[in-house]
Design a protein around this ligand. Structure first.
Ligand SMILES: [Zn+2]
Length: 273
């Protein structure tokens, strides 16, 4: 999931020291007031991870290993970490599993997520959520009606990134994709991705747009380029989550990176899917 704004309190931070301010605020806002900070260095990025010192919380080394694995997957897909700095705050919740992942681009890039007390190391190793949230860092913030492209890229790229880093078997990725993509198909009365904002259309309709674009780019470039090159091009032009861009600019920059008109041309799914 991706959100525009954290809280009104965060909006007032505008100075050059906002990273340090946000970092201390995230720590201060913890349930216990005693978050532990671990810094992970990724290619092109620094990840400050705040974990709660709480009774029953998952072991810190397991959580750090989980964040580290997601960082590697995302860095592999994009060729580098998407943003120079991000704060990741992990809170503790009841039950088992990873919940409530949210990624923000303002006032600085940050991710909040919760891990249940009964979550096992195996659960973390199989989790996709942290990678999904980190993929959000790699696309500019666009108008609300285009939210499908933000969730679509994160949904489509996440398993690919984990395959590329060796965490996920390709056969598992494809079987999951075949199972889940039909949720993105338009239903009777659908008015296109820019208008029909259901969960299925936003996440899987967006992912379907990405798959079709990926195939089309491969076909038109004789397998020399793919959606990965388009997304890397957008990132190289400065289009990360901290930047507000018109969608048309992102699609145009992506097309320039592949030498095609796939994204901004006839595949444009807001109109045709
Ligand atoms: Zn998301």
């Amino acid at each position: 999931m991706r959100d525009r704004i954290g809280s009104s309190a965060l909006l007032i931070i505008t100075s050059v020291s906002k990273v340090a301010l946000l970092t201390s605020m995230l720590a201060f806002a913890s349930n216990t007031g005693s978050d532990e900070l671990t810094t992970i260095m990724a290619p092109g990025g620094v990840i400050d991870v705040f974990t709660a010192r709480e009774e029953g919380a998952a072991a810190r080394e397991d959580l750090i290993g989980w964040v580290n694995a997601a960082s590697k997957s995302v860095s592999t897909y994009f060729g580098r970490y998407p943003v120079p700095h991000v704060a990741v705050r992990i809170t503790t919740s009841e039950g088992r599993g990873v919940h409530n992942g949210r990624t923000f681009g303002s006032p600085v890039a940050h991710i909040t997520i919760s891990v249940g007390r009964k979550t096992t190391l195996a659960d973390l190793n199989e989790d996709w959520t942290m990678t999904h949230e980190m993929v959000h860092l790699a696309f500019p913030s666009v108008a609300e009606r285009h939210h499908w492209i933000e969730e679509g890229t994160a949904t489509y790229v996440e398993p690919l990134a984990r395959v590329q880093s060796g965490i996920l078997e390709p056969s598992k990725m494809w079987s999951d994709l075949i199972r889940d993509l039909p949720q993105g198909l338009p239903r009777p009365g659908d008015q296109g991705l820019d208008v029909t904002h259901t969960w299925g259309r936003t996440y899987w309709g967006g992912a379907l747009f990405c798959l079709l674009a990926d195939v089309e780019i491969h076909q038109r470039t004789r397998n020399q380029k793919g959606l990965e090159d388009a997304l890397r091009g957008i990132l190289a032009a400065g289009g990360n989550i901290t930047q507000d861009w018109p969608l048309e600019r992102a699609l145009r920059v992506g097309d320039e990176a592949t030498g095609t008109r796939v994204l901004d041309g006839d595949t444009r799914s807001g109109k045709s899917l």
